[in-house]
Design a protein around this ligand. Structure first.
Ligand code: PGA
Length: 248
C-alpha cells in the first residue's frame, strides 16, 4: 500500500482523477470499477473535466459498479446506478453497452452476483477500482465481519450504513440489504484507489492504519494490497500518530 495525504479534499480528488486519466490513456479498454457516495463526487467531477480538456476517450473502457442497494430501482435518484450514470457515464460518453451494474431489483440476486463474478473473471480482473471508506470501515457493502473470501454477494447492512445511506435519497426507501463486489475483487484489483476525506473519517482512518488488518475493519485490507493507494486529505489524517504519518 501507498499512502498520500493532500492539503484539501479537492487536491485529493484532483490526484485521484489524474491517476484514472493516466491509466485510461495507457489502457483505453480498461475495466474500471466505481463506488458512489459523497467521497468520490469531486473526483468524478474533475475526471469528467480533465477527460474533456485532455480529450481522453473513455468510450472503449468497460465500467462496473462496486455495489447497489437491494430493492432500489435503477431509475431511483440515489441508487448507485442513477448516480454513476449521472456523474460519470453520461458526461464521459460511455455507452450503456460498456457498462454493467448490479440490478437492485433483480428477482434472483444470487444470479446477479454470479453474472458479475463471471464478467470480472472473463475480463481478466478489474484494472482500476475506486472505493470510499464507510464510517464503520466497510468497503462497498463488505461490512465488518465479512467473509474475506467472498466474491460478489448479498449483504445484510449494518445500522451505520443504513443511517448514512438514507441521506443519498430524496424520498425514504426501505433498504436493508446491499449487493456488492467482494473483498476478493477489491484485493485483486490491479490498481486500488481508496479515498477518504473530512474529519468525520478521521477515526476510521486511524483504525484502518493503526489497528490490526482484519475483517473487523474491511478497509484495513488495503494495507496488504501491493498497488493500493490510500488517498487522504489532512482532515481525514488528523488523528494519525506521527510515526504513521511518516510511513509512506
Ligand atoms: P461516503 O460513503 O463516501 O458517502 O462517505 C463511503 C462508503 O460508505 O463507502
Amino acid at each position: 500500500m501507498h499512502k498520500k495525504i493532500f492539503p484539501s479534499g479537492n487536491a485529493m480528488a484532483a490526484a485521484a482523477a489524474d491517476i484514472i486519466i493516466d491509466l485510461v490513456k495507457d489502457m483505453p479498454d480498461a475495466l474500471l470499477c466505481f463506488a458512489t457516495g459523497n467521497t468520490p463526487i469531486e473526483t468524478y467531477r474533475l475526471l469528467v473535466q480533465k477527460a474533456h480538456d485532455e480529450q481522453v476517450d473513455f468510450s472503449r473502457c468497460f465500467c462496473i459498479g462496486l455495489d447497489e442497494w437491494l430493492g432500489v430501482a435503477p431509475e431511483t435518484s440515489g441508487s448507485c446506478h442513477y448516480i454513476l450514470h449521472q456523474q460519470l457515464f453520461s458526461p464521459l460518453g460511455i455507452a450503456a453497452s460498456q457498462v454493467h451494474l448490479f440490478d437492485g431489483m433483480a428477482a434472483d440476486p444470487e444470479l446477479e452476483c454470479k453474472k458479475m463474478n463471471i464478467l470480472v473473471a472473463e475480463k481478466g480482473g478489474v484494472d482500476c477500482m475506486v472505493v470510499g471508506v464507510g464510517l464503520n470501515g466497510h468497503v462497498g457493502f463488505n461490512e465488518p465481519g465479512v467473509d474475506t473470501k467472498l466474491g460478489a454477494h448479498v449483504q445484510e447492512l449494518h445500522q451505520t450504513t443504513l443511517d448514512s445511506g438514507k441521506h443519498y435519497f430524496d424520498t425514504p426507501v426501505p433498504i436493508r440489504k446491499g449487493i456488492t463486489l467482494g473483498l476478493t475483487h477489491v484485493m485483486h484489483a490491479k490498481l486500488l484507489l481508496m479515498l477518504a476525506n473530512g474529519t468525520h473519517k478521521a477515526p476510521v482512518v486511524k483504525q484502518l492504519l493503526q489497528d490490526e488488518v482484519s475483517n473487523v475493519l474491511p478497509a484495513s485490507f488495503i494495507r496488504r494490497h501491493g498497488n493500493g493507494w490510500l488517498l487522504l486529505d489532512e482532515a481525514a489524517a488528523c488523528m494519525l500518530e506521527e510515526q504513521v504519518l511518516l510511513e509512506k
